[in-house]
Design a protein around this ligand. Structure first.
Ligand code: INI
Length: 157
């Protein structure tokens, strides 16, 4: 019989760091609202949450690198909105953000949730920031909490 290792997204007693990109702020503010809603609903205390604001998604990896290095957080959540528009800039910003964020998670052995929207249009992003396609910030926050506990379960076996 295979063992199933899984965990619930319980936020009791956890300290959470959020890094929020201001670029496309009308969208990223909604992602933040979703993430804070999820953290509160799952038991994370308000004063156990720090939110660092950075200019754009490209700056997220360095910011969370510093946050991770403090050792203060059980998990980190990255929030941003990269909209394709008509320039190849999109590929660089989105690609580096994703790669950099994943690198920090592995280097620090720390759950880091990727709540960065990458869409073709602002409308598509809004739909995923509290519109008809849910809220990626909310989902990222729940993922971060679940991963904290999943890693603890994995560690025990
Ligand atoms: N940053 C974003 O977060 N989203 C974008 O859509 C975006 N676009 O399209 O350019 C963006 N660019 C800024 C980038 O993240 C940096 O802040 C900037 O290049 C300075 O380093």
């Amino acid at each position: 019989m295979p063992r199933t290792l899984q965990a619930e997204p319980n936020g009791d007693g956890l300290r959470i760091g959020v890094a929020l990109a201001r670029f496309n702020q009308a969208i990223t503010d909604r992602l933040l609202a979703g993430a804070l809603d999820a953290l509160g609903r799952h038991g994370v205390a308000d004063d156990a949450i720090d939110v660092a604001r950075v200019p754009g998604a490209f700056e997220l990896p360095l910011c969370i690198e510093r946050m991770a290095a403090t050792g203060r957080y059980d998990a980190l959540i990255c929030l941003g909105a990269v909209v394709r528009g008509e320039t190849p800039h999109f590929e660089y910003v989105a690609g580096e953000a994703a790669r950099g964020i994943a690198d920090v998670a592995r280097r620090h052995d720390l759950p880091v949730a990727f709540g960065v929207l990458t869409t073709d249009t602002v409308e598509q992003a809004l739909a995923r920031a509290g519109g008809e396609r849910g809220n990626k910030g909310y989902e990222a926050a729940v993922t971060a909490l679940e991963m904290v506990h999943l890693l603890r379960v994995v560690q025990k076996f």
